[in-house]
Design a binder for this molecule. Structure first.
Ligand SMILES: [Zn+2]
Length: 293
């Protein structure tokens, strides 16, 4: 953070990250733009283009009133905190309003996804959980009607995790359990679940499918268990309730992405995680290159 204390330093850092010191016109791909006198913008020297651009073009930082140094500090704080950071805390740390803090966090969560998702493989534990969101602001009368209509505001979330590997959290929505498994797990995997009826039949599509019967008090049968995913769920819920208190279902997918991201990068240094997320703007470094080995 000390290296990124002012706007010039931040721009130089971004230029290095994005272009390796050799700017390229994002409009036409021409490789010899020149820097304008303001020091911030470039102008393309291709006769047919001549467009101006800066290093933030096409990124979440483009056209933002928030200073680049604030964005980068926020990204560093968000990627560095094990349990995430609330918009209130971020606002205090950076000297911005809570509203701005909230906006910054959501924009940054947007780039925390895996740009190159690969299906999970090996031994994969799968489980489902329900996350209660906050009830939207409405009059007491309307809320009663809303709840009577069957909205309990709990959102089913599926967690899928490779033992000692990557994790994914995804909202089940209108999909069946099996659809979510199919979408995220390679057929060569050995799948472990509980005995929920929604998973029945997976053995025909996967290397193997075994389940533990929680309702019968069974939590482990040799190597057959779902303890890893349950551990991840409890971390996820501590993050939501501890850091974010109540979250609305509308934004839940972003928190799912953030939690998966944080888990998948648990063995990477803060600086590498920060750099990866920033280059994710351009997709230059592949996620699997960083997490391999
Ligand atoms: Zn150009």
């Amino acid at each position: 953070m000390a290296q990124l204390g002012n706007e010039e330093a931040c721009r130089a850092y971004m230029e290095q990250m994005r272009w390796g010191g050799k700017p390229v016109c994002p409009h036409c791909g021409h490789s010899r733009p020149y820097r304008l006198k303001d020091g911030k913008n470039f102008r393309c020297s291709a006769k047919t283009c001549k467009k101006d651009f800066s290093v933030t073009v096409g990124t979440v930082f483009e056209n933002s009133k928030v200073k680049l140094s604030t964005w980068l500090a926020a990204l560093f704080l968000l990627t560095g905190h094990k349990k995430g950071i609330s918009s209130h805390q971020l606002a205090r740390d950076l000297g911005v309003t809570q509203k701005t803090g909230w906006f910054i966090l959501h924009r940054l969560r947007h780039i925390m996804g895996d740009p190159d998702p690969q299906p999970l493989s090996g031994v994969v534990e799968v489980d489902e959980t329900y996350v209660g969101g906050s009830i939207p602001k409405m009059s007491r009368k309307r809320r009663k009607k809303w709840q009577e209509a069957g909205h309990d505001n709990k959102v089913p979330v599926m967690g899928l995790i490779e033992r000692d590997g990557r994790a994914k959290l995804t909202i089940i929505g209108k999909n069946t359990f099996k659809d979510v498994v199919r979408e995220n797990v390679d057929n060569s995997a050995s799948v472990m679940t509980d005995t929920h009826i929604g998973y029945v039949g997976l053995s025909q599509e996967y290397q193997s499918h075994q389940s533990v019967n929680h309702s019968q008090g069974e939590y482990r049968r040799g190597e057959v268990h779902t303890n890893t995913i349950e551990g991840f769920f409890s971390l996820f819920k501590r993050t939501i309730f501890g850091t974010y208190h109540a979250i609305s279902p509308k934004h839940l997918h972003r928190y799912c992405a953030e939690s998966s991201y944080r888990f998948n990068f648990r063995k990477v240094t803060d600086a590498d995680r920060f750099t990866f997320t920033l280059t994710n703007l351009q997709g230059r470094i592949k996620y699997k290159d960083l997490t391999r080995g």
